[in-house]
Design a protein around this ligand. Structure first.
Ligand code: NOJ
Length: 544
């Protein structure tokens, strides 16, 4: 039931520090979100996923939590949070919290106690191991961190002892083999569920359970060494089954999993009695030396992940580049392309996830120097590559490609100074995108043909249409760069066609031959051209 709600209405992700700043310190906050609820409601949004708002040293922008039961003062207070809960409830909206429990911050009291006293029970909350070799100078195994370099850090003041961190050294991994960790996380979840949140988006949940600490075989930029020992292990499935049964089901909540490193077949095992939906990563990767994903690759990946009973469909989030430039080419047809992607999210089976700014087509920075970057990945990667004497242009290319600053630019609501994100004269925590004067909410509100208004149209169509939101999907043969499918529910039938390329394409025969069709939605305004699909054209028909 709850899954159906998400399938129909979709989810909108807020990256709080970049959404809206009410108190004028240059950083977004909960009051800022509160002030934008009317806007979000006008889009048709019913579920908000908040990236972490807990107290954190912000090494990894809140994905390093120092206290799971409070609100980070930069975002406000618990009273602000309670108000947000109340106001969203009044509007029939729901809140999903980010739950980061693969690791904590190294400032979390559990970790501080574990460091302070090796005999503390909190020592076993984490994964401490002695190093190898006579003097224990070699880390316990060869695993690498997702953020580059060894996944082990020597404990300060304890020579030869290491702790595991799959991300930065400021994010020590929890030991999920310890039942006390399970019980502590259960308490955290119950606390927020009791406050009325709808559920959780579980950060890198596929890797919480380390099956063994043996050396790993091989790795790559997107697959750290050792990952075969912790991705999608049986122990992880058992934990999720328990959490679902004990915490989520009794309160009719939802669990959304970020499943890093999981292939499509492994992904299937997470659905059903574990997660409601998940994010796979195949969709995020256009290839090592590409910025733009080829339409035929996009088509192949989309089709294969639709095999899942309930995929989390997304193009953007706070870790990824913006969709324009990645899935559609920048240039004369980018607006049509961005509309096509939104229509696609609103037509596929599964749950559509939107990221703040996607509704207005925010783009990557034209340029962002390393000194203006706040992202640890960009900084770590640059430093790591320096160690390998990688030539500067390649280093810059790679650190920009894997860096995550682009989607984190402050949201642009207006053309005025501060862009409605913050007060005029206030320096935002990260630079505004260079195009914020032109690409913002206010400009698009006034334009009937804007992406913003098209977004509203698409979402409202999905929400009112059982076939599009809950139907089965059936793909039809078509040009390698055209996606053609049916959505079917009972007697209801929708025929959807998406030209994923910026080339003109022939309209598939099945469309031309059908004379019982009515056009429900298209991203072009002129009358449909019978024989040709324009660049990035999409059409959704009702067929009887
Ligand atoms: C995935 C989050 O989306 C990302 O922002 C974070 O850095 C890692 N998990 C580690 O928590």
């Amino acid at each position: 039931m709850e899954r159906d709600f998400l399938c129909r209405y979709g989810v909108y992700q807020i990256y709080p520090i970049s959404f809206c700043d009410a108190d004028g310190d240059g950083k977004g906050d909960l009051k800022g979100i509160l002030g934008k609820l009317d806007y979000l409601q006008s889009l048709g949004i019913r579920t908000l996923w908040l990236s972490p708002v807990y107290p954190s040293p912000m090494w990894d922008m809140g994905y390093d939590i120092a206290d799971y039961f409070n609100i980070n003062p930069i975002f406000g207070t618990m009273d602000d949070f309670d108000r947000l809960m109340e106001e969203t409830k009044k509007r029939g909206m729901r809140i999903v919290m980010d739950l980061v429990v693969n690791h904590t911050s190294d400032r979390h009291p559990w970790f501080l106690k574990a460091l302070g006293d090796p005999s503390s029970p909190y020592r076993d909350y984490y994964i401490f191991r002695p190093g190898k070799g006579k003097e224990r100078k070699t880390p316990p195994n060869n695993w690498t961190s997702t953020f580059f370099g060894s996944a082990w850090k020597e404990v300060p003041n304890e020579k030869g002892m290491y702790y595991l961190h799959l991300y930065s050294e400021h994010q020590p991994d929890l030991n999920w083999k310890n039942e006390a960790v399970y019980q502590s996380v259960k308490k955290i979840m119950e606390y927020w569920m009791d406050k009325g949140v709808y559920g959780f988006r579980c950060d890198v949940i596929s890797e919480i359970y380390k099956d063994s600490l043996e050396d790993g075989k091989k790795g790559s930029l997107s697959k750290p060494i050792g990952s075969e020992h912790y991705i999608a292990k049986r122990g992880c499935h058992q934990i999720l089954k328990r959490l679902r049964k004990e915490v989520i089901e009794p309160q009719n909540g939802v669990l959304i999993g970020e499943c890093y490193g999981v292939d499509r077949n492994q992904a299937k095992d997470f659905l059903g009695d574990e997660l409601d939906t998940l994010f796979g990563f195949e969709i995020t990767d256009p290839g090592l030396l590409r910025r733009h994903m080829r339409p035929k690759d996009l088509k192949r990946i989309l089709i294969s992940w639709q095999d899942l009973s309930c995929n989390g469909n997304y193009f953007e989030n706070h870790d990824q580049h913006r969709a324009i430039g990645k899935y559609v080419r920048e240039g004369p047809f980018e607006k049509e392309g961005a509309k096509m992607l939104i229509a696609l999210l609103c037509s596929l089976k599964g749950i559509p996830f939107f990221y703040q700014g996607e509704e207005i087509g925010m783009k990557d920075y034209r340029s962002l120097s390393l000194s203006d970057s706040h992202d640890v990945v960009r900084k770590f990667l640059d430093a790591f590559l320096k160690g390998y004497f990688v030539p500067k242009p390649l280093r810059e290319y790679l650190s920009r490609k894997y860096g995550r600053d682009d989607a984190r630019a402050p949201m642009a609501f207006t053309s005025q100074e501060g862009h409605g994100f913050t007060k005029p004269n206030v320096q935002p925590w990260q630079k505004f995108n260079e195009l914020s004067d032109r690409i913002n909410v206010a400009v698009q509100e006034k334009d009937e043909t804007s992406l913003l208004n098209f977004f509203r149209q698409c979402l409202s169509l999905r929400q009112s249409d059982d076939a599009l939101s809950l139907g089965n999907i059936h793909f039809l043969k078509s040009d390698p760069e055209v996606l053609l499918f049916l959505r079917l529910k009972g007697e209801e039938k929708r025929l959807c066609v998406f030209n994923l390329s910026e080339k003109e394409k022939v309209v598939p025969d099945v469309i031309i031959e059908n004379n019982t069709k009515t056009l429900l939605l298209s991203n072009y305004y002129q009358k449909e051209i019978e024989e040709s699909l324009l660049p990035y054209e999409c059409r959704i028909y009702k067929v009887v």
